[in-house]
Design a protein around this ligand. Structure first.
Ligand SMILES: [Zn+2]
Ligand SMILES: [Zn+2]
Length: 146
């Protein structure tokens, strides 16, 4: 997993929030910490459970709001699941594509972008200027194939 911040470096996180005019609340920090310590994506209920171990008073709605903020800040990504639900993972640094293992739920990053030529082609065909994209793949990781 790419890490934007090391868990110990809260000054950097605070600085980042401060620049965006936001407070780095203990809840937001706890959500980030929980996701950073996880090797796989987590459902909101699991995140809530783990955050409560750090901050017992935290409600589910607070965790949800914190996650939405962290997604907006590109610190966290929403991982879309095959059943239409979604979970959350720490955002990889830079432009990368997550590959989700459907057996063990781990998130592997694919660093190449196969979409650039395709975006151009889609632009030509539809007349739409493509600015960005979200590409996520599902599969079976090496460990799960063994
Ligand atoms: Zn796996
Ligand atoms: Zn891409």
């Amino acid at each position: 997993m790419g890490k934007l911040f090391s868990i110990s470096n809260y000054n950097e996180i605070k600085e980042f929030f401060h620049k965006k005019g936001l407070k780095c609340t203990p809840q937001r920090q706890a959500v980030l910490k929980v996701l950073q310590e996880s090797k796989s994506y987590l459902s909101i209920n699991k995140i809530h459970k783990n955050v409560k171990e750090l901050l017992p008073e935290t409600g589910l709605a607070t965790v949800y709001r914190s996650l939405e903020t962290l997604v907006e800040l590109n610190l966290v990504v929403k991982v879309h699941l095959e059943d239409g639900c979604h979970s959350y993972a720490i955002a990889p640094e830079g432009h990368r594509h997550p590959i989700v293992c459907t057996d063990c739920n781990s998130v592997i990053e694919y660093t190449e972008c196969p979409m650039e030529d395709l975006s151009k082609q889609i632009s030509e065909q539809t007349g739409v200027q493509i600015n960005t994209h979200f590409l996520q793949l599902f599969g079976k990781c090496k460990e799960c194939q063994a």
